[in-house]
Design a binder for this molecule. Structure first.
Ligand SMILES: Cc1cc2nc3c(=O)[nH]c(=O)nc-3n(C[C@H](O)[C@H](O)[C@H](O)COP(=O)(O)O)c2cc1C
Length: 193
């Protein structure tokens, strides 16, 4: 597949089959992530691969908590005419689409705010690589972020020092139950000189 077909074909998937993701595929996804560019080549990230059901359940609890405390109001405000956006995001937050695999992605807290922002940008590139490689392997994924409100709790869950690592996102991955429809891109987002 051409790179542009992969970029345009990837969708946020929010409902997964129970089927486990093969070890070789997990390794390829990680490899794609680790080959992302990073500011000053610092590679300031940590990928936590979560397949244990109890730990995925803990992530679901925190995602849903973030939804109730923050996202629900935000989406109701942004999409007043589309209540389905709110209810469907809520149920996805509660289940993470029953994904058999979740990546928890952290960025390192560096020596100053500027460096930490560059580290977050680098880690975002890693996340996009993970999403694209997952899609190219026939898998679905979704970038899930409001759970960063509970970064400390998630770091603790995996024995990471919460003063050193900040949660960037969690990414549920699995075989999609069905294809998701493309969401049109907004106009006037490019300026030519
Ligand atoms: C930084 C970031 C945070 C996101 N957080 C969430 C999230 O918490 N929950 C969710 O369901 N989708 C989340 N998404 C996915 C977006 O909703 C999705 O990318 C967007 O609606 C466009 O759809 P597409 O990915 O299928 O092109 C996030 C995406 C990004 C880039």
């Amino acid at each position: 597949m051409e790179i542009l077909d992969i970029i345009k074909g990837r969708r946020s998937i929010r409902d997964f089959e129970e089927r486990e993701v093969e070890k070789e595929k997990i390794e390829k996804i990680i490899e794609a992530g680790l080959w992302a560019p990073s500011a000053a080549n610092r590679q300031p990230w940590k990928i936590v691969v979560v397949q244990k059901k109890e730990l995925i359940n803990e992530l679901k609890k925190l995602t849903f908590k973030a939804f109730k405390e923050y996202t629900e109001e935000k989406l109701s405000r942004l999409y007043p005419k589309h209540p389905f956006v709110v209810t469907s995001t809520g149920s996805f937050s509660e289940t993470l689409g029953n994904a058999p695999l979740v990546f928890a992605i952290f960025n390192e807290i560096l020596e100053n705010e500027h460096e930490t922002i560059l580290g977050m940008q680098s880690t975002s590139a890693l996340i996009q690589n993970i999403l694209l490689e997952s899609y190219s392997l026939g898998l679905g994924s979704c970038w899930v972020s409001d759970i960063i409100l509970y970064s400390d709790e998630v770091a603790k869950l995996f024995g990471l020092d919460s003063k050193k690592y900040k949660l960037t996102a969690v990414i549920p991955v699995g075989y999609p139950k069905k294809e998701a429809k493309p969401i049109p891109r907004k106009e006037s987002r490019v300026i030519y000189f």
